[in-house]
Design a protein around this ligand. Sequence first.
Ligand SMILES: [Zn+2]
Length: 202
Amino acid sequence: MIDHLLDGNREFVTNEFQPHAAYYQSIAQRQAPRVLWIGCSDSRVSEDVITGSRPGTMFVHRNVANIVAFNDVNIASIIEYAMVHLKIEDVIVCGHTRCGGIAAIEDGVHENYIADWLCIASGAKVVADRLATEKKLTREQKLEVLAAENVKLQIKHLRSLAIIRNMREKGPLPRIHGWLYRVETGKVDVLIDGREGHETGT
Ligand SMILES: [Zn+2]
């Protein structure tokens, strides 16, 4: 596997880096990403690949089940750096279907750290439980609803963080987008479109 990765890097240098040397030299001087991506650690949801983006496009934070935690110095420092220093204007919170973290929220989980972490998403299960009963959803449908509700909940958390709340009291930035990536099709569903005039307010 490791040889495969190193071969892949040699191919990247030959087929991508060197033919676009001017671009890579410019980002070598200074990164200027346009998007803060908050996604799941899941290996299938590679933000650059699924959006056709080159290195240098996104500043990235990924964790189990794309959670925006209040007490997490890691995500807080990433958000601060993205907003204050990189002056990023768009934040995407991206969940995905077939998410192990989402299934663990639904089924319960006993590992200590994972269970504690997923508590931060438990409000999404309350909503998904209600919708599943009302609409008589299958397990798979319910997990999809739970993944979507979790994105909406984490966006609420993001908007509640003081740094974001203070910025948005002064203006429309950052724009906050909620996406659901479908690992079965490769397509993105836009749950919340944060562009001006598109804000759903969910
Ligand atoms: Zn996941």
